[in-house]
Design a protein around this ligand. Structure first.
Ligand SMILES: Nc1ncnc2c1ncn2[C@@H]1O[C@H](COP(=O)(O)OP(=O)(O)OP(=O)(O)O)[C@@H](O)[C@H]1O
Ligand SMILES: Nc1ccn([C@@H]2O[C@H](COP(=O)(O)O)[C@@H](O)[C@H]2O)c(=O)n1
Length: 227
């Protein structure tokens, strides 16, 4: 992936991947690539056509006609499908509930993996923080910095329910755990692959978690490495 320094960050839903990676990118003047946004945008695209994301054939047809664009600027984050700005729409519970079905299609994963590598390589910044589920293992397994960002399930659910005002806490927690269980059948983002450094944010606040990630980038080490 050219000379751009890649920082690969994986982790389960609500572990803080997006918010922490974005802040780390800002601090270092790096690009920030949210890969989950592409899976979400494709799920949105399938739903927008009135199709069902469980229908693999319909997902493949939609993927063939997926005009996707994303900003890698951590201070100006947007996501588009064609002319439509879907930055907010892809965060809706109906999209979150449909995205895992899209992410389990091998052709979709291959297409998006290729896209992520191209987007990172085209960045004009010195580095790019790429976050998702399979960045440390599939998208950028050779990245010089690879981190698994974790937090206890109940802490992740509490953080997510603090954000979502349209659903009660139990509903939000159930949806988050359902999505993790479904995603974990496709990619292992709960255990660190060899050489991947674990940052556990359970007992850290946001600023402390950002600092812990910055420390890993600067020193190359953390509290635990995958073996
Ligand atoms: N260490 C932390 N302490 C407290 N709150 C945090 C911490 N890290 C992240 N948060 C908050 O937790 C919420 C979830 O974080 P974020 O959306 O970044 O998670 P994520 O891993 O990207 O989730 P998803 O995979 O579902 O998109 C956000 O409101 C974020 O501000
Ligand atoms: N590398 C990735 C990133 C995401 N996914 C799938 O997308 C969903 C949304 O991701 P968020 O990070 O925005 O929560 C996620 O639930 C996965 O289904 C993926 O498979 N690989």
């Amino acid at each position: 992936m050219t000379d751009t320094l890649i920082v690969a960050v994986d982790g389960p839903a609500g572990s803080g991947k997006s918010s922490v990676s974005k802040q780390v990118a800002r601090t270092l003047d790096f690009g920030y690539l949210d890969t989950g946004a592409a899976y979400r945008a494709l799920a949105w695209h399938v739903l927008d056509r009135g199709a069902d994301t469980a229908d693999t054939a319909a997902v493949l047809v939609a993927a063939d006609d997926f005009d996707y664009a994303i900003s890698l600027d951590p201070d100006d984050h947007w996501v588009r499908v064609g002319q439509t700005d879907v930055t907010t729409a892809i965060r809706e519970p109906r999209v979150a509930g449909a995205v895992s079905a899209v992410a389990r299609v091998p052709e979709v994963r291959a297409l998006l993996t290729d896209l992520f590598r191209q987007l990172a390589a085209a960045s004009d910044r010195d580095g790019v923080v790429i976050e998702g589920r399979d960045i440390t293992t599939v998208v950028a397994p050779d990245a010089p910095v690879r981190i698994l960002l974790t937090a206890a399930p109940e802490v992740r659910a509490a953080r997510r329910s603090a954000e979502v005002t349209t659903q009660d806490a139990a509903t939000v927690a159930a949806a988050l755990h359902r999505r993790d269980a479904s995603d974990a059948q496709v990619v292992d983002f709960l255990t660190a692959a060899p050489g991947v450094v674990v940052v556990d944010s359970t007992e850290r606040d946001f600023a402390q978690t950002v600092d812990a990630v910055l420390d890993v980038i600067r020193t190359g080490t953390g509290e635990t490495d995958g073996r």
